[in-house]
Design a protein. Structure first.
Length: 172
């Protein structure tokens, strides 16, 4: 039969594992590098539609000038037409192929494949909060059309989050 002390130890170990797992879940740049990760939501679409609407197409073009001060090394998107259409003008402007990937493990993959570089993820409301949190973000992710978060990651922490807008006002 277990004693109260055994249960106390087990509880303490489980609590320690919980806190350590929280620390381990954040993802940073590789040792000795600074990475820039840009997070955006796909551009505007009408409710129930898969394609970008006129405002969304205009916003996708505005993304190019909004990021003209940066050299983009990689662009990632889920296999959704609205997401791909959002970054297509940026892809053409920087002559970069869009990497279409599954949404699981996005944060890890971005850093593993592009440490020390500038990478963009065009996400959805279903994944942006989680991805932002994996990089150390403590608030809501860029869930409004036109939100643009530029994250600076060192090898030990999220150094900076620059929140911008592109393409005018937006909504959910």
């Amino acid at each position: 039969m277990r004693s109260i002390t055994d249960y106390s130890r087990l509880g303490a170990l489980m609590l320690l594992a919980f806190f350590l797992s929280g620390c381990a879940s954040q993802i940073y740049s590789e040792k000795g590098t600074i990475s820039t990760v840009i997070l955006i939501r796909h551009a505007d679409r009408d409710v129930g539609q898969t394609d970008l609407n006129a405002k969304g197409k205009s916003r996708a073009k505005a993304l190019v000038s909004a990021l003209s001060h940066l050299t983009i090394d990689a662009i990632y998107s889920p296999a959704k037409k609205r997401n791909i259409d959002t970054v297509r003008p940026l892809s053409h402007a920087h002559n970069i192929e869009i990497s279409v990937i599954d949404t699981s493990g996005v944060a890890s993959r971005i850093v593993e494949e592009n440490s020390g570089k500038t990478t963009l993820w065009v996400g959805n409301t279903s994944n942006l909060d989680h991805i932002f949190a994996r990089f150390g973000g403590t608030e809501e992710g860029p869930n409004i059309y036109g939100d643009l978060y530029i994250l600076t990651l060192s090898d030990s922490k999220l150094e900076k989050v620059e929140k911008r807008r592109f393409g005018g006002s937006g909504s959910l």
